[in-house]
Design a protein around this ligand. Structure first.
Ligand code: FE2
Length: 160
């Protein structure tokens, strides 16, 4: 059974690949649109599952200084969802689209660095292996049962 860290790192890799594909398809509007759509859908599923499973696990298991860690994670998601909302209102041929997408990529990279290098190691430190694999299982289930609203109501306010 995989740990929660392994499952999340694997999901980050897949999301990163979608971003790379978007960048590589520069010049082909249809491909760009398709990679962008796929990234946005997968990101929403991923972030919804994090909000439902991972953030509450931070709160439950990491006893010391967990408040700032959780708030920072929520801020990251909120900022990225704002950009996704703006992208939804922007056509892909608008020069602003790439500019906004670049901001999204930058935020995404910062977020996954924080998650993988700080938050997840802290969580794994206090979990026993069974708890970690059970969270991994819950995470996968939450991901596949989440709908694709851009603004899941779990921990974010509408951006505008
Ligand atoms: Fe993540």
């Amino acid at each position: 059974m995989s740990t929660i860290s392994e499952i999340i790192k694997d999901a980050h890799k897949k999301l990163q690949k979608l971003l790379e594909n978007y960048i590589m398809s520069n010049g082909n509007v249809d491909d760009q649109q398709s990679w962008s759509n796929q990234f946005r859908q997968d990101f929403i599923r991923h972030s919804t599952a994090e909000e439902l499973i991972l953030f509450p696990a931070y709160e439950k298991y990491i006893k010391e200084n967990n408040t700032e860690l959780i708030h920072q994670s929520q801020r990251d998601h909120r900022e990225m969802k704002k950009l996704l909302f703006i992208l939804d209102l922007t056509t892909i041929t608008d020069p602003k689209y790439r500019f906004i997408f670049d901001q999204l990529i930058e935020l995404f990279h910062k977020h996954i660095q924080r998650e993988q290098n700080q938050n997840l190691p802290k969580l794994e430190e206090v979990l026993i292996p069974d708890q970690s694999s059970s969270l991994a299982n819950d995470f996968q289930q939450a991901k596949y049962s989440s709908n694709l609203k851009v603004y899941p109501t779990s921990s974010v306010n509408p951006p505008l």
